[in-house]
Design a protein around this ligand. Structure first.
Ligand code: NAD
Length: 250
């Protein structure tokens, strides 16, 4: 059974990592998938890969932190597909920086991409969903949006903002048939985490912090997105789902 046949799913940050795995998952389940990402090279590689695997995909290059680019990508996707049934609002950035030394322009860039960008994309998609009679929006937050972690004040603040943006959207948009939820992954092995951490750090992290004894894979998150977008989650909105191998249970 192809759960997302006839559905159009737009995924931001789809060039690599969790976004790419999620795009592949929805394509495999029958959706038309619109890939949005900043870096054109990885975006076109992802588009080709998914198409070769039999997926029905299109791609749109955009920096979501620029409202004009974010709106143009959504408009182009709607012009091609006629609708957006599911938005996976996933694009994001992260790096370590101490609070005392944090540069204002670094703080601004983090908030611009992870929170402002998510708002621009979500608002444009919501307007289309309200007009078409409904849809599903899944915002990418993080366990760092629920608890703090040293060296990530800018990132933690952006993801905490996503959690409450999600709840507020759910409250305002339910009347239009739009469900809005947030997903909060823990440690997932992707180009983002590999750029920050070394192997020794990862092994120590697993030993000390993750009851399931491994880090997550992009597909661990993709499957949760697919569940939340499906009719099995038809009465879930305003929720934050933690996908962390048990880390926050400790
Ligand atoms: N990897 C983890 O451990 C982890 C944990 C919790 C939450 N997350 C969140 O998951 C999301 C994806 O992370 P990932 O680990 O797959 O990262 P990644 O770096 O592997 O992929 C991020 C994607 O977002 C795109 N992107 C970055 N800035 C953009 C912009 N301004 N406009 C458009 N696209 C942009 C990149 O080009 C890339 O395709 C992020 O929001 C991240 O904060 C990741």
């Amino acid at each position: 059974m192809l759960r997302f046949a006839e559905k159009t799913v737009l995924v931001t940050g789809a060039g690599r990592g969790i976004g790419k795995a999620t795009a592949a998952r929805f394509a495999a389940e029958g959706a038309t998938v619109c890939l949005v990402s900043l870096e054109e090279g990885e975006l076109h590689d992802a588009e080709r890969e998914l198409r070769e695997a039999g997926g029905n995909v299109r791609s749109y290059a955009a920096d979501i932190s620029d409202p004009q680019q974010a709106n143009a990508a959504i408009d182009d996707a709607i012009a091609a597909s006629g609708r957006i049934d599911v938005l996976i609002n996933n694009a994001g950035i992260a790096w370590e920086e101490s609070f005392l030394d944090m540069k204002p322009e670094h703080w601004r860039r983090m908030i611009d991409v992870n929170l402002n960008g998510m708002f621009y994309v979500a608002q444009a998609a919501s307007r289309q969903m309200a007009a078409q009679g409904g849809g599903v929006i899944l915002n990418m937050a993080s366990t760092n949006g629920l608890v703090g972690e040293a060296l990530y004040a800018h990132y933690n603040a952006s993801k905490g903002g996503v959690v409450l943006l999600t709840k507020t959207m759910a409250i305002e948009l339910g009347v239009y048939g739009i469900r809005v939820n947030a997903v909060c992954p823990g440690y997932i092995q992707t180009p983002m985490s590999e750029a920050i951490d070394n192997e020794e750090f990862v092994q120590q992290y697993i030993r000390n912090k993750i009851p399931l004894g491994r880090v997550g894979k992009p597909n661990d998150v993709a499957g949760v997105f697919a569940f939340l977008a499906s009719d099995d989650a038809a009465f879930i909105t305003g929720e934050t789902i933690v996908v962390d191998g048990g880390q926050l249970a400790m």
